[in-house]
Design a binder for this molecule. Sequence first.
Ligand SMILES: [Zn+2]
Ligand SMILES: [Zn+2]
Length: 302
Amino acid sequence: MRPIDLHCHSTVSDGMLPPAEVVARAAGNGCRWLALTDHDDLDGLDVAARTAAEHGVGFLPGVEISVSWRDLTVHMVGLNIDPACGALQQGLEQVRSGRAERAEQMADGLARAGIGGALQGAYRYASNPALISRAHFARYIVEQGHARDTGAVFKRFLVQGKPGYVRHEWASLGDAVEWIHAAGGLAVIAHPGRYRVNASGLQDLIGEFRGLGGDGIEVITSSHSSEDYQRFNGIARDAGLLASVGSDFHAPEESWMDVGGVPDLPLLATPVWEALGLDLPAPDMLASGVLASNGTAMAGPA
Ligand SMILES: [Zn+2]
Ligand SMILES: [Zn+2]
């Protein structure tokens, strides 16, 4: 495992564990640097930072911003942001404001497809109603026996062209980069392998992002295949972007990659933690036990 995880979720958005439990779980998995990156909300960062300090885990305040780009929803992670930044807070408030209306429209579409009670059902799963999301609908739909897991729900009901999908205008790519930079953070395109876009569209997205001053892309993340690892390693290196890694953990039973359990696969571009100046021993040194034998690798980050 690589002892760093720069993308995960708590009950502040659509995760199943409260922020403190997410951090404790990551620490238990050997994580030494963690970023909590809830969707469009900064509320979990205080308690997560305190819990991380108790566990000797280095903590990076983060966020995952929903962005509309062409006809796609793209996610952008902000790393090492200042949660007190007014421009970021106001931007996120604006992004959150459309969720309740979208949820009502989603429930209408699902009702027409024979799934009743979805609005109330989804809100039952949303600890923070302001962040009502597709994942909450997915959990309700699984509970009702319409699909075997949340991945199947997304494919059958919640993506473009399916009954529960509602197009929504999120932040623009430029706004998201600007808010993250205003807060002193690094802007990273999340799970680029997940977007339904062909090679030239992806090139456009990356090009536009770079032109706006974007900093990095995720290379190792739970929704990427081994081909994706290779592909985005190459793209990051060729575009001069930083490479990031993160589990995108939401719940113990929903992902094969646990929080703090990101596989230690090679990165070809400069890792984002080097740009952040994190004091992280090289993974091969950790694996060989060279540092552990003299004690330095076992010391938690300051
Ligand atoms: Zn995402
Ligand atoms: Zn995420």
